[in-house]
Design a protein around this ligand. Structure first.
Ligand SMILES: *Cc1c(COP(=O)(O)O)cnc(C)c1O
Length: 389
């Protein structure tokens, strides 16, 4: 059975709404990433902004080399719970951020020479005082787009992410050991190949002076059909050509298709078509459905009119756009039915909010080997209240 488009647990076993992570599916992803890591001789980090369920960090840390953080809080979570390398990048740091990061990060990546120059002395001073080795890197903008949606394309016009070649001063690299870029989003290895060509064209004078190069995230390595062989050969060739270590920092690829959101139908109302109202709010529990936007898959459903009964599925909040999409089913959906949304581990629990005071989903871990379903965390009124004054 393909556990990725179906589920292999009984959705009646969990309270709703809830996220369910299937540990077996997570392990399958880790096997793919381990093979890339071993065959290419590169390091692979988890991008915490995508998936940060720390209950499974011990499992992830068996395979992955560490994490990449987007903020002091993520860096601290990585330091305290993951326990391996911590790399941090943000488009801008305050002095307080840097003081914090010097306690938690092994690598700090800057987005401009101005930030590097401003904070290099402080990083050196704090690292020395703490007896820690902190490496500094710069994020470049490869100025090469692979056609991702503009809000997810760091190389779109006007993007503030990464230093462009015209602003890159190859004479000011004091203390810089790494180069970082990130320009892909859910893309295949041929996109990386063209990006590498662009970087080699523009930064050939800089690459030989680096100890490592970080190819960022957006590599959809664990998606069926991804060209893993090409990825491995690109990394192998790049390492040899420039004599550098290579890092990848995928988020999605680590937990792709490994999680579900289970919701219960509260009511079915009649609008222009039947509308099922569930206990999960789309803007609170799967905001990317609205932000991206996309239509998530529900197990057992088809396209509109494909199956016998078509309806719209929405949530309980005040937002008119609190709608997952329109779906068809073999039988009419009824109050009390469970809906299981697939691929809900990534960019979901890290993005939840309590708009409308909506209940946060519980988090469960399912172990297919033993058929164990463990409640990892549930939330209540205090979690809502504590985020407000
Ligand atoms: C978002 C991001 C990642 C992870 O991207 P995925 O698409 O989840 O693989 C890695 N590095 C940086 C700098 C990012 O902004």
């Amino acid at each position: 059975m393909n556990g990725r488009l179906e589920y292999r647990f009984d959705p009646k076993r969990v309270a709703t709404p809830s996220y369910v992570i299937d540990e077996g599916l997570l392990k399958e992803n880790l096997e793919v990433l381990a093979s890339v890591r071993d065959r290419a001789g590169c390091k692979v980090l988890l991008a915490l902004k995508c998936f940060a369920m720390h209950a499974v960090f011990p499992l992830l840390a068996e395979t992955l080399d560490g994490i990449c953080a987007s903020s002091p809080h993520e860096a601290r979570l990585g330091r305290e719970e993951f326990g391996r390398e911590v790399h941090t990048f943000a488009a801008g740091y305050s002095e307080a951020d840097i003081r914090d990061l010097c306690e938690t990060s092994d690598h700090i990546v800057f987005n401009s020479f101005a930030q590097l120059d401003r904070f290099r002395p402080l990083v050196r001073e704090l690292a020395e005082a703490a007896g820690r080795n902190i490496e500094l890197a710069l994020r470049i903008n490869p100025e090469h787009s692979e056609g991702a949606t503009p809000i997810y394309d760091p190389c779109s016009p006007g993007s503030r992410l990464g230093i462009r070649r015209a602003q890159f001063d190859a004479d000011s690299l004091d203390g810089i050991t790494g180069l970082h870029w990130h320009n892909l989003c859910e893309q295949d290895a041929d996109c990386l190949e063209r990006t590498i060509e662009a970087v080699e064209r523009n930064f050939s004078d800089v690459l030989p002076r680096m100890k490592y190069v970080n190819f960022g995230g957006g590599h959809h390595i664990t998606r069926p059909g991804y060209d893993v062989d090409l990825l491995v050969s690109l990394i192998t060739r790049f390492k040899k050509k420039w004599n550098v270590e290579v890092y990848l920092e995928p988020g999605e690829a680590v937990a792709l298709n490994a999680g579900y959101l289970v919701a219960e139908v509260l009511d079915v109302v009649q609008a222009d078509m039947p509308v099922a109202i569930m206990d999960s709010a789309v803007p609170c529990h799967m905001p990317d459905v609205i932000e991206m936007p996309y239509r998530p898959h529900i197990v057992g459903s088809g396209e509109v009119e494909e199956k016998a009964w078509t309806c719209r599925i929405g949530g309980p909040s005040c937002l008119t756009g609190d709608v997952a999409g329109e779906y068809s089913f073999d039988h009419p959906v009824r109050t009390g039915d469970r809906l299981v949304f697939t691929d809900m581990a990534i960019y979901s629990m890290v993005k939840t909010n309590t708009f409308n005071g909506i209940q946060l989903p519980s988090m469960y871990l399912f172990k297919p080997d033993s058929d164990a379903m463990t409640l990892v965390r549930s939330f209540g009124y205090e979690d809502f209240k504590n985020r407000l004054s």
